[in-house]
Design a protein around this ligand. Structure first.
Ligand code: KIV
Length: 253
């Protein structure tokens, strides 16, 4: 295990682990220079960068292309690359595609799913490839589930999430994202987890760290902002202002 992973594990339970998405070189470099612990080349790039309605349109080619730029910009942060939908349909395919993603120079891969993906996760980690798991709301299931729904709302769902957590730990994940899960359930999962939990839309302070989509944080995708995000900047407003100022300048002699 290299220093980047040791840093994440050292922080677990002591200070919050920070994870942000980036899909290109300049963003990755800015986040890296700002001291973010983990940079995620998320398949959310399907919406944030490519204009698709959800992540089910994202392919391995997209992920490889964007991961290469991010890796060039990140010197200190741990770079995790998402495995797109259908790229881990069987354990063999999962390993083949994880290897391709790691060839970009990334430090780890991430995939969505708990108990259902235990074999795929094990195939990847057994080959020495670090993997971040992802449980709770799984955006790649948006079509099957008819939308995005909060998880852990019943005792049955909470118990299924506990089993998911145990499965990904057993399969060798080094960390786990817990997305849009009832806050008390995310906190309970964190309590029993032997690996760092990283929350998103699962309540503040309920996990060992938090992950945020970069565009949501900086106001870079004004057409939709999830309710659980408080943007820290208004980049789209600044772009409009600068473009309008520049256009007005064109009228000047
Ligand atoms: O693709 C992504 O940005 C993600 C985060 C929501 C965790 O998976």
């Amino acid at each position: 295990m290299n220093e980047k992973f040791e840093n994440i594990l050292r922080k677990m339970g002591k200070s919050p682990i920070s994870q942000l998405t980036a899909y290109d070189y300049p963003t990755a470099r800015m986040l890296d220079e700002a001291g973010v612990d983990i940079i995620l080349v998320g398949d959310s790039l399907g919406m944030m960068v490519l204009g698709y309605p959800d992540t089910t349109h994202v392919t391995m080619q997209h992920m490889l292309h964007h991961a290469e730029g991010v890796v060039r910009g990140a010197k200190n942060a741990l770079v995790v690359v998402d495995m797109p939908i259908h790229s881990f349909d069987t354990p063999e395919l999962a390993l083949e595609n994880a290897r391709l993603l790691m060839q970009t120079g990334a430090d780890a891969v991430k995939l969505e799913g708990g108990t259902a993906q235990e074999a795929a996760i094990r195939a990847i980690t057994a080959a020495g490839i670090p993997l971040q798991a992802h449980i709770g709301l799984l955006p790649q299931k948006v079509k099957e589930e008819g939308g995005y729904h909060m998880k852990g709302k019943s005792d049955v769902e909470a118990e299924a999430l506990r089993k998911d957590l145990e499965a990904v730990i057993r399969a060798g994940a080094f960390s786990v994202v817990i997305e849009c899960t009832r806050h008390s359930v995310a906190a309970a999962l964190t309590k029993i987890s032997s690996i760092p939990t990283i929350g998103i839309g699962s309540g503040h302070g309920t996990c060992h760290g938090e992950v945020c989509v970069f565009h949501d944080l900086v106001g870079g995708f004004p057409w939709f902002v999830p309710g659980f995000v408080t943007p820290g900047a208004n980049i789209s407003g600044e772009i409009s202002r600068a473009v309008n100022q520049w256009k007005c300048g064109l009228l000047l002699p």
